[in-house]
Structure formats: structure tokens, C-alpha cells
Design a protein around this ligand. Structure first.
Ligand code: T46
Length: 316
């Protein structure tokens, strides 16, 4: 499914008396509803929509009849037919939508996260394409750092679904804190993070190469006074190329030590996460503490400078 979109199946309480579908935030709807509207009596040859929203999240449900929804971005397009009152199409921000092929009995119910606000609409397709290009495409994203084989940019809201797919992968996400599988929450989390990024309080990076996205890492708990920060949320997709993890790590250290002028980088890793512990050990991190759940590691600027000169400078 297209980025920022997904199909949602609602439970149908069906018995001999008929059907009942209940929608309740946060049980089966990710956002609190601020507005409900419905579209009906649309002629079969009429088409509606032809716009995107900047921040609005919606769920569209054909509670009667059928309707097709063409959802698209700058480089993807998909047509979804809605014809089941127990199925919804979630559409997040920055998705162009067109509704067509309304059956004569179609009633399209829309649950919306925000009140009506005309300034949230992008109705000009050319303006939309330009903004969507910046929002969705890696090649137009500002590159913050580069190594031999990969690029690193700041995470934005369009990365929400990829972050979720990695963090909720049974193996990859095993040792990370639990992330709920809500695109709405993830998009809002990133929105909040972007405010911290602006103030230099936290950085969340995406690593990608010419083939596409590779993974993520984060620098947080930035203590400017004591010049210490924490490296974490490190996750790389399954079967990533060999260079992805090491080059991401080097770029993270370059940013922490040389751009942010930190004296020390800390990280914690689950005791059971042998693969990660080996990786951090080999990279040069030193264990400083442990408890039942986690081991705590640090890398000082002096140690990094030496490691960089001996082992890592060829990766940049
Ligand atoms: C969307 C698709 C799925 C309001 O005053 N309040 C509202 O909450 C809405 C939705 C519309 N309006 C007014 C604005 C227009 O004068 O109703 C008129 C028709 O709206 P529009 O031409 O935007 O309708 P559609 O069917 O093209 O699009 C609607 C929603 O506007 C849009 O958010 O995602 O349905």
C-alpha cells in the first residue's frame, strides 16, 4: 500500500439480527475524531477530491454501495475499491486523492482527525507534486552526511511506515522498546521530534543508498553542558549490505563528536542482544555498567579519534 495509507478491517458483530460495526479511538481508530462527514447521491460519472491534505488524517468507509479511491503521491498510485462497511481506508498527510465510480447507493463516510480548515488543502496538482517530491523522495532530501556507500538525512513524517515496519519486525525489533503499530502515532511522534531537531535537542537519522532506505539511528539525551549524548534506536533492514551498519555508526560518531563537539557517546543494549554487543565492542565502545536487563557502554572522543585514524577513515 502507498506510504501514509493503509486498509483497516473493523470487526463486524454479525448475528441473525444483522450487522454492527463499532469504531472507537484508540481501540480500532488511531486518531480521535474531530469531524464526521459523508458524501452520497453522487452521479456515476462524477469525480470528487483532487486534492491532498497537509496534516489531516482520515478514514474513508463506504457504509453503503461502492466507490473507488485513487490515492497517489509524486511517484506511486493505487486504486482502492471500497464496498464493505467493515473496511476503512486510512489516508494520512500528503496523499493526493480522487474519488470516482460512485454506485447510485454509495454513502462514503469520512472520519477526520481535524475540524474543517481550507488552508490544510493542497488543491493545485503542480504545487502538490513539488511538495510531495520534497516530502517523499530521498533524492530531494537534504543530505546531512555522506560516507563511501551511503547517505544520511533527517527522518521526516514520510518515513513513519518504514520505521514501523522495521520496529515491528519480529527479529529486528526484538530488543527495542515496544512501538505501537499506529501510523498516526508514529507520524505525530516524528512531528514532535522535528521540533526538538529544530532546537538541536535531538536528531533522528535515516540511512539510505542508491537502492533505497537502509535503516535509522538516533542521537538523544544531548547534554550540552557535560558534552554527552546517547546513541540509540539503531535499526537496519533485513539483509542490508555489509557497509550499512558500520558506515551508519561512523557517521553517527562523526556527527556527535565533530559537529556537536561531544566528549562522550553513551549507549545501552539489552543483555541478550549478543549481535549488537559484539558489534559495539568491535567498534570500540567500552562497557561501563550493567543491570539485569541492559549493558551500558561509552566511547570517548579521544578513543574515537584514534579508532577513526586507524580503522574508519577509509569508510568516509
Ligand atoms: C477529502 C475527501 C475524501 C465543509 O465546509 N466542511 C467539511 O468538513 C468538508 C469536508 C467540506 N466542506 C465544504 C467545502 C466545499 O465547499 O463542502 C464543499 C465540498 O467540499 P470538497 O469539494 O472539498 O469535497 P470533496 O468531495 O472533493 O472532498 C472531500 C473532503 O473535502 C476532503 O477532505 O479528503 O472528501
Amino acid at each position: 500500500m502507498l506510504k501514509n495509507c493503509k486498509l483497516v478491517e473493523f470487526h463486524n458483530y454479525k448475528d441473525e439480527r444483522g450487522n454492527l460495526v463499532a469504531i472507537e479511538n484508540p481501540k480500532n481508530l488511531e486518531f480521535p475524531i474531530n469531524r464526521i462527514y459523508y458524501i452520497y447521491g453522487v452521479d456515476a460519472k462524477e469525480e470528487r477530491g483532487f486534492h491532498s491534505h497537509k496534516i489531516l488524517h482520515q478514514v474513508l468507509i463506504a457504509i453503503s454501495g461502492s466507490v473507488k479511491i485513487r490515492i497517489s503521491t509524486n511517484n506511486e498510485e493505487e486504486i482502492v475499491e471500497l464496498n464493505d462497511p467493515a473496511q476503512g481506508l486510512y489516508i494520512g498527510p500528503m496523499i493526493w486523492r480522487e474519488m470516482f465510480d460512485f454506485s447510485s447507493d454509495a454513502v462514503l463516510l469520512v472520519l477526520a482527525s481535524e475540524k474543517y480548515d481550507e488552508s490544510d488543502y493542497i488543491r493545485d496538482k503542480n504545487i502538490y507534486l513539488e511538495e510531495a517530491n520534497n516530502y517523499f523522495s530521498n533524492n530531494l532530501r537534504k543530505i546531512i552526511m555522506k560516507s563511501k556507500n551511503l547517505n544520511v538525512c533527517y527522518v521526516n513524517e514520510s518515513d513513519a511506515d518504514f520505521i514501523l515496519s522495521l520496529r515491528n519486525d519480529k527479529n529486528l525489533g526484538k530488543y527495542l522498546s515496544v512501538t505501537d503499530n499506529s501510523l498516526y502515532n508514529q507520524i505525530n511522534w516524528i512531528k514532535n521530534y522535528k521540533n526538538k531537531e529544530k532546537k538541536g535537542e535531538e536528531y533522528y537519522f535515516k540511512a539510505f543508498d542508491s537502492e533505497g532506505d537502509l535503516g535509522f539511528f538516533r542521537l538523544y539525551n544531548i547534554d550540552k553542558e557535560n558534552k554527552v549524548l546517547t546513541f540509540g534506536s539503531f535499526i537496519m533492514k533485513n539483509n542490508h549490505p555489509k557497509y550499512a551498519a558500520i558506515e551508519s555508526m561512523i557517521l553517527a560518531m562523526e556527527f556527535a563528536f565533530k559537529k556537536l563537539k561531544m566528549k562522550k557517546v553513551l549507549l545501552d543494549v539489552r543483555v541478550k542482544n549478543e549481535v549488537a554487543k559484539n558489534f559495539y565492542n568491535r567498534f570500540g565502545f567500552k562497557k561501563i555498567d550493567e543491570n539485569d536487563l541492559d549493558e551500558f557502554y561509552e566511547l570517548t572522543r579521544e578513543d574515537y579519534d584514534e579508532l577513526f585514524a586507524n580503522n574508519y577513515k577509509n569508510f568516509l
